[in-house]
Ligand binder design. Structure first.
Ligand SMILES: Nc1ncnc2c1ncn2[C@@H]1O[C@H](COP(=O)(O)OP(=O)(O)OP(=O)(O)O)[C@@H](O)[C@H]1O
Length: 336
């Protein structure tokens, strides 16, 4: 059962030197209660996709195609891109909440963390009594590992990890079905990062929300995600269970990403990285955008655009998708 369905989504940044195609033809499902990891190098379009889904894009960004549908538990479907301003206010926090890259920027510096949770409750759950709001704020803070006496702390009085936990507590306040986390832990040291990631998994078990977790660090995603989608140059190039992508990545770019990060577990491996740099999104190479950097590219990779094609992954037979002509992906002819 899907809670979010993204279909053929396109987002451009309009500029004088041409349109930057930051997200192109993205179709992606988020299942109820799952943790979906979104990985890809810097500039691959992860944040743009997340901001489009949360309706947080600002000009010069413009949605050029596609749809985003949110399915409520009662069976009603919401056309997210068509929501009006007041509907959007009700949608955010209650149904979908976002935790940003830098908690310092999303927390209000002049308000205590307890007051910030209570503010969200006051605005979005007006029937709640003052007492209940205060109790709920303490409960949420405790739930993410912040002691009750810290509710009167201002963000600058907390460590980076605590601030990030506070931002997660605010996101949880109204029990949303979907939480989007955009690089929520990258500024933190590895031990704190892992603690928070495991906390998110535990919270998910308890509350049942689905998570879209964005990072460029694929090995980190492997630890906490159920499924992973890999983005390259604005497109989703592979999806699959974390297990399948870990064992048998099918897209050469996924393999490259896997070899670019030290694994948190297992034997040490030489870090190889991916040669070359991501393409200019104003003028993508014809065919597969990854072909100039791909060690396995053949002639047709430079003329045919590979489409995301569903099929079982060899290692465990789980279903996944790949957009690579060398891996059973369909393609369309392109002329440059
Ligand atoms: N305001 C803007 N105007 C023009 N181009 C933009 C703007 N914001 C982002 N872009 C471009 O859109 C592309 C996608 O950016 P986006 O931030 O979505 O990628 P990302 O994968 O989230 O990267 P990161 O991991 O660095 O956050 C990049 O090429 C970026 O330069």
């Amino acid at each position: 059962m899907n809670v979010l369905e993204i279909r053929d989504l396109g987002v451009d940044y309009l500029s004088q030197s041409g349109a930057v195609h930051a997200v192109a033809d993205v179709s992606l499902d988020l299942r109820r209660g799952e943790i979906l990891g979104l990985a890809g190098e810097s500039g691959s379009g992860k944040s743009t996709l997340a901001n489009a889904v949360a309706r947080l894009l600002r000009p010069p960004a413009a949605i050029t195609s596609g749809s985003v549908v949110y399915h409520r538990q009662d069976g009603t479907a919401v056309d997210v891109l068509a929501l009006k301003r007041d509907e959007l206010r009700a949608f955010r926090w209650k149904e979908l909440a976002v935790v940003f890259q830098s908690a310092m920027n999303s927390l209000n510096p002049v308000s205590t963390v307890g007051a910030q949770i209570e503010d969200v409750l006051r605005i979005h759950a007006p029937k709640m009594s003052r007492n209940d709001r205060s109790e709920r704020a303490v409960e949420l803070l405790q739930r993410v590992g912040i002691s009750a006496d810290r509710r009167r702390s201002y963000p600058h009085e907390l460590s980076g990890g605590m601030r990030q936990r506070a931002a997660i507590a605010i996101a949880l306040a109204l029990n949303p079905e979907v939480i989007i986390m955009d690089e929520p832990t990258t500024a933190l040291d590895v031990v704190v990062q892992r603690d928070i990631l495991h906390e998110i998994r535990a919270l998910r078990e308890e509350y049942g929300f689905a998570v879209v977790f964005i990072t460029h660090d694929l090995s980190l995603l492997m630890e906490i995600s159920d499924r992973i989608a890999i983005m390259y140059a604005g497109r989703v190039v592979e999806t699959g269970t974390a297990e399948a992508l870990h064992r048998t990545p099918r897209h050469p770019y996924t393999l490259g990403l896997l070899r670019s990060f030290p694994r948190l577990h297992g034997p040490r491996e030489e870090l190889l990285g991916i040669p070359g740099t991501p393409p200019d999104l104003r003028s993508l190479p014809p065919g597969c955008a990854f072909h100039p950097r791909c060690g396995r590219a053949v002639e047709e990779c430079s003329t045919r655009l590979p489409l995301l094609t569903r099929g079982p992954n060899g290692s465990d037979g789980s279903d996944g998708e790949v957009a690579c002509l060398l891996n059973g992906g369909r393609g369309v002819e392109e002329t440059s």
